[in-house]
Design a protein around this ligand. Sequence first.
Ligand code: TYM
Length: 342
Amino acid sequence: MTETTFTPRVFSGIQPSGNLHLGNYLGALKRFVDWQAKDVESIYCMVDLHAITVWQDPADLKKSTRELCAGFIAAGLDPEKSILINQSQVPEHAQLAWVFNCVARMGWMQRMTQWKDKAGKNAQNASLGLFAYPALMAADILVYHATHVPVGEDQKQHLELTRDIAIKFNHDYGVNFFPETEPVIEGAATRVMSLRDGSKKMSKSDPSDASRINLTDDADAIAKKIRKAKTDPEALPSEAKGLEERPEARNLVNIYAAMAEMSVDQVLAEVGGKQFSEFKPMLADLAVAKMSPITTEMARLMENQDEIDKILARGSERARAITAPILSQTYDIIGMVRPVEV
Ligand code: TYM
């Protein structure tokens, strides 16, 4: 039995497959910035290999990857403190994913709700990569021996699978090599809903642009989308239980709470009894105040793409100092002959 203690290390990723939206920002990116303040070694990844599990136009993929990196930095991630990478520059992710393809079981993958949603009725025509997606995700995390993974609620099942893969690997090879990673799903906005339908998650694949606030939207667009957001005719309640059967109202209050860094109860103590005609402008002002500086900074950073490419190259060099030894030990554990000095 190889005994290992795992020092805290944070890893998370976002797909560079289109616009970053408010759900990504509140559910993930903003929380990466909170983690950075805790001074734990952190790696944040643009998961370009995951993005190509569905078709990506090559020029758009490059642009989206750089834009995502600009978004990370504009939101407050400091490339000196946190390691910023795009997945394809750190080959150990894909190498460990292959090993995990041989650990994970078909039945585990078939149960993934994201696979069922994305492949739909046309599973025979989906890519093999889409099916194996969660094994690559487990590799992203475990190739760093990461212990904490901040994500939105929709990633919970994938993180449970990551633990299952770690447990099975450790069990099969009689080691304690991979940690059982903790998902960190916290805050008021772990599941930001569509502005047009409170029963649907805010998503970049929703055909209606009015359903989401993009990080590239200007102040007018943000205010307009909030003004038009679906609501109900009642005034806001003074307590959280008054939101239980009101998904659209609950969503807007959650968004407000996450952006203002308040609890839902604190928000309702302030706005309970107000009509949406009064609350929506408050929310729009707050959203514009929080998002506009990020949008402006992203656009400024995108003017200097060489700088972004250097940040990613430097990030991958730092990342590989962690991932290369972990992959090498993995190969050794599973019985691969390792290179010797010649
Ligand atoms: P992705 O790119 O779909 O989303 C990135 C992050 O944003 C969160 N998120 C949301 N949070 C709240 N409300 C929403 N409406 C919302 N929509 C998205 C997601 O939960 C996620 O945290 N498979 C991952 C990327 C990934 C990854 C990883 C994450 C690849 N490897 C390893 C963590 C660790 C994904 O597709 O996220």
